[in-house]
Design a protein around this ligand. Sequence first.
Ligand SMILES: *[C@@H]1O[C@H](CO)[C@@H](O)[C@H](O)[C@H]1NC(C)=O
Ligand SMILES: *[C@@H]1O[C@H](CO)[C@@H](O)[C@H](O)[C@H]1NC(C)=O
Ligand SMILES: *[C@@H]1O[C@H](CO)[C@@H](O)[C@H](O)[C@H]1NC(C)=O
Ligand SMILES: *[C@@H]1O[C@H](CO)[C@@H](O)[C@H](O)[C@H]1NC(C)=O
Length: 423
Amino acid sequence: MAQLGFCTLLVFSGLLHHIKSHIKKEDNPEGKERPNFIIILADDIGWGDLWLNRPDNSTPTPWLDSLMLKGKRFTDFHSPASTCSPSRASILTGRHGLRNGVTHNFAVGSVGGLPLNETTFAQLLHDEGYYTAMIGKWHLGHNGSYSPVHRVMTWAALTNQALTFPAVLPVYIVSIVLIRSMRDATPKWDYLCLKMRRLLSNPWTHGALKTDMQQRQSSRFSQPGGGSAKRTTWEGGHRVPTVVSWPKKIKHNSSSDALLSGLDIFPTVLSLAGVKPPSDRRYDGIDITDVLLNDSETGHESLMHPNSGAAGQYGDLQTVRLKHHKAFYITGGSVACDGESGPQQHHDPPLIFDLSQDEAEETPLDPESKEFRSVLKQVEREREALLWDIATDRVSAADYTVIPSAEPCCEPQNPVCRCHRLK
Ligand SMILES: *[C@@H]1O[C@H](CO)[C@@H](O)[C@H](O)[C@H]1NC(C)=O
Ligand SMILES: *[C@@H]1O[C@H](CO)[C@@H](O)[C@H](O)[C@H]1NC(C)=O
Ligand SMILES: *[C@@H]1O[C@H](CO)[C@@H](O)[C@H](O)[C@H]1NC(C)=O
Ligand SMILES: *[C@@H]1O[C@H](CO)[C@@H](O)[C@H](O)[C@H]1NC(C)=O
């Protein structure tokens, strides 16, 4: 039995993916190995929150660290957005929010969700005979057809909020039982999508969990002004710890510095399953099978980070990563510890940082320098090309209308329909 796992922890808006596969040769008509997948997303865990990534942190995170050693971990992996709904929509569709329509969070009373003609990899795998399921936080619409139950998940247990310990435990146990029974009952492939918060700090060890959480408060990867980087396009807003595990195929405790994104999960999962996505639209993710299995270091040449509410239009692509450089056309709006937010600032020409020298994005390049001018030219070219590609693509619009009657339920003590902010 082989297992394949993606594991992503996103900063503040965070995600954690873990994909596992169980290969049964006798069930594949063409005799081709088709893995199963488990993806685990954890909210609000940042790159710098792991002791493994920042050994100068005062508090160890032993469980998360040991998880990260279980496969290939990535040092330059990015959430497709810096808040929840758009990150999830991009992971499921392989497309930026400007294409799939999900550019900011849905509310508890939202009538809409991820546009119904956007296709998720779960739908595509389901059509190929995979069993698909999702547990925990969905946050892509719950009204009628937008619920995951109607989006070709074989079954789903969802909330709009991340689940906290210990509320996650019963859901976790029921899920394991269901997954096992599903697998035993059927010789088919099953896809499973788990989205839970803080699950991976050993759920039985509350002490470790607490220290992981406390430590999170004190660690920041980078953000000028010292405020939270959630919603911003500073590295602290989207660079996330990620691991892919697949025993016997991917080496334990290996790593890659390739520039990758959660957008890549869609094409990679489909490629590993031998499934073709619809060709009537364009995608932003790349197939990273070669990085996973062949030690290739070829990631994205450039990667756009969408505005996620801190500054500028939702979803607009005003931060451009180009190899080790990063250009900002807009900054500001980050909420600081005292609750205040900085002013929105437009930059023309953009601020450009060299992340290989300046991980904390503190000192922009001198606009008069040769390096700046050469990078700027390429940044402009890449951004214009992508915006043109989007302008000529099939793009969807999400319905963000909010009406109170669309609220499913609202009980602070009920983990399944909690709609109050977590403390
Ligand atoms: C969403 O909810 C509203 C009101 O609750 C309803 O009228 C509408 O038909 C629902 N939309 C879908 C797609 O089910
Ligand atoms: C992981 O690999 C690094 C070297 O790449 C090594 O220093 C470290 O001891 C390894 N950790 C474990 C737990 O195997
Ligand atoms: C991995 O490398 C082998 C040998 O070079 C090649 O045949 C294979 O196609 C590569 N796999 C991928 C996914 O690129
Ligand atoms: C979804 O439907 C809308 C409205 O008809 C359309 O504009 C958009 O291009 C469609 N999206 C896709 C991916 O086909």
